[in-house]
Design a protein around this ligand. Structure first.
Ligand SMILES: Nc1ncnc2c1ncn2[C@@H]1O[C@H](COP(=O)(O)OP(=O)(O)OP(=O)(O)O)[C@@H](O)[C@H]1O
Ligand SMILES: [Mg+2]
Length: 377
């Protein structure tokens, strides 16, 4: 395929927080990508609960349930894409491909048989949207000995590099990950540990709310040093990159295992989990990118003023700002990355950065699910 600068790509992702399906329509040309439209398509609440329980290992589906869930999710991803097209008045025929990350239900890049499993049947999306779909982005990297994650750094390096300056891109999703853009052009990246996933889980458990809006619940509490210390002692934080993690590791059962929670005020635990996120991110930045002049944050965590304030304090004098200050919408950068990865796949170009994931080499990522032929029923 030749690079058609006018071609549009549609990116779809539901992250580890399972807060919504993010959908974005992007044109990639020679210049910066142009975002034509975006939307966050909410999961129905009962389905969202099922997804979270599954990702945290609380509910293990049998094969029938897993197969059906894969299709059910594929339908929701298709709906998100169709809504975006309707909302932007763009015909499906104008979209070259959809890049669909799917929903991670288990990410285990270590061990004898490493894998990273995403569901949300891509064939269903291709059939319903009548657009080619690229999916299963992590498998080739894992098969090549990599973590299969994070996959955002390649696009971060293209979009947000400031030549001659060191900078960090921080994604505050369910899990936090950093991309280090070195002044000499080198790129490093890894998951630093938990972010919104644990904050959401504790808030849901104690307040029945999906997330701690503006950090208000955490702000009512005090950091509990006796809880924070054993959490920060988790061996994941000291592991050298490449490394990646997920909700199957950092979940409420992990929290209860690391430290006794009895006698603690729920708001104090929320404050401590927020502090854990800020400290673990700051430690990773200070260890791996001490020379960074600024930290550009994206992901839902940029909307938590308490978290952003603690990061600013811990990382001073470096500037900690949203990617919005560089004209990049912090809520849709991840979906944009999967639109970009779909384009890399169609152009037969690699999508991973081996220095980040630890793969043996660059790999073309993703599998192609073709749309029904034009005119077919
Ligand atoms: N106003 C806000 N105050 C506090 N937290 C917020 C606010 N808005 C969003 N969030 C947090 O952001 C989360 C969603 O972030 P995001 O979509 O980046 O995560 P994700 O989908 O899990 O992504 P990833 O795949 O990177 O882990 C919500 O679950 C919530 O915790
Ligand atoms: Mg999300």
């Amino acid at each position: 395929m030749t690079d058609d600068a006018a071609a549009l790509y549609l990116g779809l992702i539901s992250g580890t927080s399972a807060d919504s399906i993010d959908a974005v329509l992007v044109r990639f040309g020679a210049a910066a990508p142009q975002t034509l439209a975006h939307l966050a398509h909410p999961w129905p609440e009962p389905l969202r609960r099922r997804l979270l329980a599954l990702a945290q290992g609380e509910a293990t589906p049998d094969l029938d349930q897993l197969g059906q869930l894969d299709v059910e999710l594929g339908d929701h991803f298709a709906e998100a894409a169709l809504h975006l097209l309707a909302h932007s008045n763009i015909p499906a025929s104008a979209v070259r491909a959809i890049g669909s990350h799917g929903q991670t239900v288990c990410h285990r890049p270590g061990g004898a048989h490493p894998f990273s499993l995403q569901i949300g049947n891509p064939a269903v999306i291709a059939e319903r949207c009548r657009i080619d779909v690229v999916a299963d982005f992590r498998r080739a990297d894992v098969a090549a000995g990599g973590q299969g994650a994070p996959l955002l750094p390649a696009l971060h390096a293209k979009l947000l590099v400031r030549p001659g300056h060191a900078r960090v891109i921080l994604n505050l999703g369910g899990i936090a990950n950093i991309t280090v853009l070195r002044a000499d052009g080198g790129v490093l990246g890894f998951d630093t540990g938990p972010a919104n996933g644990l904050l959401d889980a504790w808030c849901q458990h104690h307040r029945g709310e999906a997330f701690d809006r503006d950090g208000a619940f955490a702000a009512r509490g005090q950091v509990a040093p006796a809880l924070l210390a054993p959490l920060l002692d988790d061996p994941y934080f000291a592991l050298a990159p490449p490394k990646s993690t997920g909700r199957e590791y950092f979940h409420l059962a992990w929290l209860a295992r690391r430290a006794p929670l009895a006698g603690l005020e729920p708001a104090d635990v929320q404050a401590t989990l927020l502090e854990l996120t800020a400290r673990s991110v700051a430690a990773a930045v200070l260890q791996h990118a001490p020379e960074a002049e600024d930290v550009l944050a994206c992901g839902g965590g940029v909307h938590n003023p308490l978290l952003m304030r603690r990061l600013t304090e811990l990382l001073a004098p470096r500037r900690v700002e949203s990617t919005a200050t560089c004209g990049v919408d912090p809520d849709f950068l991840e979906a944009t990355a999967f639109a970009w990865l779909a384009r890399q796949r169609l152009l037969n170009l690699p999508g991973n950065l081996p220095a980040v994931t630890g793969a043996r080499g660059p790999r073309v990522l993703g599998a192609l699910y073709s749309a029904p032929a034009a005119g077919s029923s």
